[in-house]
Design a protein around this ligand. Structure first.
Ligand SMILES: *Cc1c(COP(=O)(O)O)cnc(C)c1O
Length: 797
């Protein structure tokens, strides 16, 4: 084979394969891409205390594993050049060859191994963990097909397979030497020597490593993604002996495990597909020398019983010792409180697929319930509420309960969300162990979400406050000094205008749509979901349209409303919302009375590389979820950092953005969580708002009567019916406040200077939302490790 070369510094590279750790006191070569300096630094202070009964599993080194079913990485080329400090040199070299770097970068496929915020968070965390010099690994699944490509045909979403590996993947390296067997099915024998899981079917897990370079610190971490392979004797060993061809064809059954990313965002995958989480968990628990395993939601929750199985059945640790280590190792991040997104796996399924794990879960549950019963005697209802197993109807495992019980820390992803987790959704658990519950407000990496996507703004900032802010984003507060600096204000406005012009050109080239670059770019991009309320935005569009038509001579601040996002293929209402937006757009965009005042664009196939284009070009960021439903949001932070103003509800991290920038520097409107709770208590009646608000009535009547879809007048009857009779997200209740708030937005936009000053105040306040800050908090409060934060210059300087 070819000799592998380190992406940073071949001279300092550790030869492959790294020698496995042998025992306490041994010098150990850790990861394949990890540089020795950062490794030694993070290993200092590591504990090596092989407790009673510990044999092979010894906690030697501070290795952190971030377990996630999604890593939404996007493209890698430009990010690699930036983090290695090679971008200018590469640009120059490519130019000398008569090529254009940007054109080259456009050729790379997105690694779309994620749905939205949760997967992108994992990707931002990898960047920050490497930048902070933590010996941290991302562990996940190497899907052969990532998130589908979205096509819009006649206004409808059509899904296309994302064959992202078609031309190969230059960033990964298969590591067959680390292949592992993963067991499924079979049965459990209880012997004098303990439980034995026998007659299993084996699937092989083949890891692929991708380097994760830190920003200018001579450190490279590893993302290890696992691919399912059928063993050569699959379906041949015990049966089907006669049918060789069929046995080869059946290899697909095993390999389907890592075939395709499940395209549901904020929805629990249905039973039967969770083989995936099991597969990853099994691959991951064999890491052996973790000090911390962070679970990105409950998707990889089976890692908990799997680690217990390894300790108890294989390493023969006593249960209590095994449980103590397991709890100290795992930590769980909750990402949503929407009931449809909380995972509940059917017991029947787990019993067939993983009989030993189910027994272990039962044992965990028994001890957990015994403990509660001892604290709260005769409180049967509490036992029922807190059980890991839900009875009544299909018996199910409550995966969040398993994660809470099996972890030493549970965190939400923004202050308001963590509060809801602690005081509402899991309040019984918080009553039991209040100190377990934490908050870790999400963040984004400023390397990709500023340096990479908005070099104009990044440079302008560096001119004013130096370049250190890239590693310490809190330094952005220094920009407050320049809020009244007329030259700086003009320069910030100019960069935005340039970004808008560039994006307009892109739309014209790729989609043949012409937009007015001096109009306000009002952008709502994220997964399409009822709770994110793209419908409310749509009602605002219709309202603006009606106002223009009612009085065409009246001053109207021109807007280009851009909405983008994918709907889960099985989510009917989300797909209808896309169709509605496109249908309204068709009418609005072709009405001569409207002209260039209002344009509506549905941005096809929203993904990481498209986010990098549209966010720097945005004036107004739409973050309008029903209060209490968006756990954090990270799109909101990207926009803030890139000089957009936010119109939003007091939900998720919007609350903290308002806290940082001052509420007067955001366009906050609508119900707060308390108001929503109160309205629920009274009973939400959509009809009331419809009867009271003539513009809402007009918009709804138009949608209902086929004004926008004359050939199919009934097209949106499901949507309208939902809005009146079962709108869990109360669109009508916030409509009036939203429209009024949008009027204020338009008014401010007329005053370019005042607008830009508010933009500067927002950028100056965005420092908190660096994922470096988030990761430092995880390191300090959950993982108990010291980031080394190396500042070694790259070798070529
Ligand atoms: C950041 C990001 C998201 C998350 O956006 P939210 O507005 O927080 O839901 C989703 N998709 C992509 C491509 C992103 O980059």
């Amino acid at each position: 084979g070819t000799k592998p070369v380190s992406p940073t510094n071949p001279a300092r590279h550790i030869p492959w394969p790294a020698r496995p750790c042998a025992g306490p006191g041994e010098t150990c070569q850790v990861s394949d891409f990890l540089q020795p300096k950062s490794f030694l630094k993070t290993c200092r202070g590591a504990s090596s205390d092989p407790g009673e009964g510990d044999r092979r599993v010894v906690f030697l080194f501070q290795r952190i594993y971030y377990l996630s079913l999604e890593f939404y990485m996007g493209r890698t080329l430009q990010n690699t050049m930036i983090n290695l400090g090679l971008q200018n040199a590469c640009d120059e070299a490519i130019y000398q060859l008569g090529l254009d770097m940007e054109e080259l970068e456009e050729i790379e496929e997105d690694a779309g191994l994620g749905n939205g915020g949760l997967g992108r968070l994992a990707a931002c965390f990898l960047d920050s963990m490497a930048t902070l010099g933590l010996a941290a690994y991302g562990y996940g699944i190497r899907y052969e097909y990532g998130i589908f490509n979205q096509k819009i045909r006649d206004g409808w979403q059509v899904e296309e397979a994302d064959d992202w590996l078609r031309h190969g993947n230059p960033w990964e390296k298969a590591r067959p030497e680390y292949m592992l067997p993963v067991h499924f099915y079979g049965r459990v024998e209880h012997t004098a020597a303990g439980a034995k899981w026998v007659d299993t079917q084996v699937v092989l897990a083949l890891p692929y490593d991708t380097p994760v370079p830190g920003y200018m610190n001579n450190t490279v971490n590893t993302m290890r993604l696992w691919s399912a392979r059928a063993p050569n004797d699959f379906n041949l060993r015990d049966f089907n002996v006669g049918d060789y061809i069929q046995a080869v064809l059946d290899r697909n059954l095993a390999e389907n495990i890592s075939r395709v990313l499940y395209p549901n965002d904020n929805v629990s995958r249905d039973g039967g597909v969770d083989v995936l989480g099991v597969f990853q968990a099994a691959c991951s628990a064999w890491m052996g020398i973790a000090v911390a395993i962070q679970l990105n939601d409950t998707h990889p929750a089976m890692a908990i019983p799997e680690l217990m199985r390894i300790f108890v059945d294989i390493e023969k640790l006593p249960w209590n010792k095994a449980w103590d280590i397991t709890k100290r190792t795992f930590a769980y991040t909750n990402h949503t409180v929407l009931p449809e997104a909380l995972e509940r796996w059917p017991v029947d399924l787990v019993e067939k697929l993983l009989p030993r794990h189910l027994q272990i879960i039962y044992e965990i549950n028994q001890r957990h319930l015994d403990h509660i019963a001892s604290l709260f005697p005769n409180d049967v209802d509490r036992l029922r509420r807190m059980s890991l197993i839900e009875e009544g109807g299909t018996k199910r495992i409550n995966m969040a309960h398993l994660c809470i019980v099996g972890s030493h820390a549970v965190n939400g992803v923004a202050k308001i969300h963590s509060e809801i987790v602690k005081t509402q959704v899991f309040k019984d658990f918080a009553a039991l162990e209040p100190e377990k519950f934490q908050n870790k407000t999400n963040g984004i990496t400023p390397r990709r979400w500023l340096l990479l996507c908005n070099p104009g703004l990044a440079e302008l900032i560096a001119e004013k406050i130096g370049e250190d802010y890239v590693r310490d984003l809190s330094q952005l507060t220094k920009l407050h000094e320049f809020v009244d600096d007329d030259l700086f204000i003009r320069e910030v406005a100019k960069v935005k205008q340039e970004n808008k012009a560039k994006f307009a050109l892109y739309l014209e080239k790729e989609y043949k749509v012409k937009i007015n670059p001096s109009s306000m770019f009002d952008v709502h991009v994220k997964r399409i979901h009822e709770y994110k309320r793209q419908l409310m935005n749509c009602l605002h569009i219709v309202t603006m349209y009606n106002r223009i038509r009612r009085d065409p001579a009246k001053l109207f601040v021109p807007r280009t409303v851009i909405i983008g996002g994918k709907a889960a293929p099985g989510y009917h209402m989300a797909k209808m919302i896309i169709k509605l937006i496109n249908t309204v757009a068709q009418v609005v965009n072709n009405d001569p009375v409207v002209g260039s005042k209002l344009k509506v664009i549905f941005l096809e196939n929203y993904r990481v590389s498209l986010a990098e284009k549209v966010i720097p070009a945005t004036d107004l960021s739409e973050q309008i979820s029903t209060a209490g439903t968006e756990a954090s949001g990270t799109g909101n932070m990207k926009f803030m950092l890139n000089g957009a103003l936010t119109i939003g509800t007091m939900d998720g991290a919007n609350v903290e953005m308002a806290e940082e920038a001052g509420e007067e520097n955001l366009f906050i409107f609508g119900m707060r969580v308390e108001d929503v709770t109160e309205l629920d208590r009274e009973g939400y009646n959509a009809q009331e708002y419809y009867d009271r608000l003539p513009e809402l009535k007009q918009a709804i009547d138009q949608i209902k009567s086929g004004f926008f879809s004359p050939n199919e007048p009934d097209l949106f009857k499901d949507v309208v019916n939902m809005l009146f009779h079962h709108d869990r997200f109360k669109v009508f209740a916030d409509y009036e406040a939203y429209v009024k708030c949008q009027e204020k937005v338009s008014e401010l936009y007329l005053n370019s200077k005042a607008w830009t000053k508010m933009v500067i105040r927002n950028i100056a306040a965005a420092g908190k939302f660096s994922s470096d800050r988030t990761i430092k908090e995880y390191a300090r409060d959950i993982w108990h490790v010291e980031p080394s934060d190396l500042k070694i210059p790259p070798p070529n300087e």
